[in-house]
Design a protein around this ligand. Structure first.
Ligand code: C5P
Ligand code: MG
Length: 159
């Protein structure tokens, strides 16, 4: 068993006016548009869930939560992330730190960095200092969508 394993995940959602924008378990205040999705469309939590699974070569969230299964309609992204965390823990690993890059043109999110980090940290039972959050614009190339990239370092729980 490796002492450490890296996981990486991505997610993107189209944005539409009149929808809520959720990122990292937080509803973004004053968002002009939100993700088009079956559930809350939280691209941070979806990218993180995939990062957790990929770190242990467990596939991706589509395998565990197919979006054509009515049982998964409206499934809370925090629930998806928690279940992926259980899978990781079940294999004897735990996340040590995570790094997130959120690409979104508007609104500017810098002021929410501590809140998003705290929310993600709570979901993963990490310290806030173990959750890095970076924001990027697409420089106007992709104003209609939000993109998230997530890396996670997993360590042996008994190590
Ligand atoms: O994409 P660009 O490099 O021009 O972004 C400049 C800075 O704007 C970023 O480093 C980040 O601090 C901030 N930003 C933000 N919220 C966004 C996008 C970028 O706070 N939605
Ligand atoms: Mg730039």
């Amino acid at each position: 068993m490796l002492a450490y394993r890296i996981g990486y995940g991505e997610d993107a959602h189209r944005l539409e006016a009149g929808r809520d924008l959720w990122l990292g378990g937080l509803k973004i205040p004053d968002a002009l548009h939100g993700a088009v999705a079956h559930s809350d469309g939280d691209a941070v939590l979806h990218a993180l869930a995939d990062a957790l699974l990929s770190g242990l070569a467990l596939g991706d969230i589509g395998q565990y939560f197919p979006d054509n299964d009515p049982a998964n309609a409206g499934l809370d992204s925090a629930t998806i992330l928690r279940r992926c965390l259980e899978l990781v823990r079940g294999r004897g690993y735990a996340p040590l730190n995570v790094a997130l890059v959120v690409t979104l043109d508007r609104p500017k999110l810098g002021g929410l960095r501590p809140d998003i980090a705290a929310s993600v940290a709570e979901l993963l039972t990490l310290d806030r200092a173990e959750v890095g959050v970076s924001f990027k614009t697409s420089e106007g190339l992709a104003t209609g969508h939000v993109q998230v990239r997530a890396t996670v370092l997993l360590g042996r729980a008994d190590g």
